[in-house]
Design a protein around this ligand. Structure first.
Ligand SMILES: *Cc1c(COP(=O)(O)O)cnc(C)c1O
Length: 400
């Protein structure tokens, strides 16, 4: 017997739920790709995307996932033999560094932990030792989707400045853009990387790279460009709009992203940040209430360092596969599998993008029911705790 026959719910940290409005916008016949409406929509995306990252810089759209956007950032800003400093905080910054290695870039890593954000003081100490400025770029993520840590990007920039270091500062906002505060220019980020399938509510398929003037100057002296990723032709003024995609434009995704940006505009970016904050706190409250010896606990103990887009939940003695299987096969809820060092001892809830109380409270209630059915140790009702967070917001909107 299964109860799963309804609208499936995917609560993984990407791809996230795609709104019907976006799906409908994408569902259209192919059009003229050489001009007309599609060119106008492309131009509107190139005009609006910088506002999303809060920059006056340029944006480039790759037909790719996040890994492609990583590669676009590296190959357009660095030179063979350059050195980059990777700030580890879980899983993803290290993988980004691997792409740099493949281009012949030397990678040094400041080791991180699975339970803490990047320590800005450690970054400052390392950069102070780099008197001859061998380090050309610093790579980190804002939110690591494996650990669910949120790094303090502004504090890391302050650390770089305190060491008076000129390296490019590159930040992966794949699991955070559109969901939590990010301000590329105010925070002195030189290269921002994202993709459409997480907070931006569009299916996987578009990688996004923002570059400021300093990054564009690095492009001019870089030597890692490849035919496809090269931003040069994409940036050419007055070039036909299909140059922006280095070939045939991704027609459906272009319309999907347009609709998603319209939705963010209608909500207001700061309101979207607040909504994510409320829903994330409801998830955290649920896990705290569920917590029990040998049972569940939050991977990120410090509330300040928790991401508002994904939650990694340690499972103690509970069989994670059984929880996932019970949620998915019996109830139609897909929860996130653990990655890397968390394999076998955690599951994740993605809570980014197109998400409201019935979706997240339904997700939490389904997880709670599955845990109960499995006889897992539970300290109390996470659903009640989560509903209380939502209730507080409803009775006192915006109070946090
Ligand atoms: C998902 C994710 C990636 C990888 O994106 P892909 O689209 O799978 O290539 C990179 N960084 C972070 C922080 C992510 O969450």
């Amino acid at each position: 017997m299964t109860l799963q026959f309804g609208r499936p719910m995917v609560a993984i940290p990407g791809p996230s739920v795609v709104p019907d409005r976006v799906l409908n916008a994408m569902h259209r016949p192919m059009s003229n790709i050489y001009g007309g409406e599609l060119a106008d929509v492309t131009n509107s995306l190139l005009a609006d995307l910088p506002r999303l990252a809060r920059t006056e810089g340029d944006v480039f759209i790759a037909i790719s996932n996040g890994h492609g956007a990583w590669e676009m950032a590296i190959s357009n800003t660095l030179k063979r033999g350059d050195k980059v400093l990777v700030l580890e905080s879980g899983h993803f910054a290290v993988d980004w560094g691997r792409i740099a290695t493949a281009f012949g870039v030397e990678v040094e890593t400041i080791a991180g932990s699975l339970t803490d954000p990047i320590d800005p003081a450690a970054v400052a100490r390392r950069l102070e030792q780099d008197g001859d400025h061998a380090i050309q770029a610093i790579l980190c993520v804002q939110v690591d989707t494996g650990t669910s840590v949120r790094n303090d990007i502004a504090a890391i920039r302050n650390a770089i400045d305190s060491a008076n270091h000129p390296a490019l500062f590159m930040v992966d906002c794949i699991a955070s853009l559109g969901c939590i505060p990010f301000s590329m220019d105010d925070w002195g980020v030189d290269v921002t990387v994202s993709a459409t399938q997480k907070g931006l509510m569009v299916p996987p398929g578009l990688g996004l790279v923002w570059m400021n003037d300093k990054a564009m100057a690095a492009y001019a002296s870089g030597d890692l460009r490849t035919g496809y990723w090269d931003i040069g032709p994409r940036a050419e003024e007055n070039a036909p709009h299909y140059y922006r995609y280095a070939g045939t434009p991704p027609v459906g995704h272009i319309h999907g992203l347009r609709e998603a940006l319209d939705m963010i505009e209608e909500e207001g970016l700061e309101n979207a940040w607040h909504r994510h904050d409320v829903l994330a706190r409801s998830v955290h409250a649920a896990v705290d209430a569920w917590s029990a010896p040998d049972g569940l606990s939050l991977n990120m103990a410090d509330p300040v360092a928790r991401a508002a887009t994904v939650t990694t939940i340690l499972t103690g003695s509970i069989d994670t596969d059984a929880v996932q299987e019970m949620c998915e096969a019996r109830s139609g809820l897909t929860i996130g599998v653990p990655v890397g060092a968390f394999e076998g001892r955690a599951f994740r809830i993605g809570h980014m993008g197109h998400l409201n109380p019935p979706m997240i409270l339904g997700t939490l209630a389904t997880i709670e029911a599955s845990l109960s059915a499995l006889g897992a140790p539970l300290g109390g009702s996470g659903v009640a705790a989560a509903a209380q967070v939502v209730a507080n917001e409803l009775s006192n909107p915006g109070a946090g």
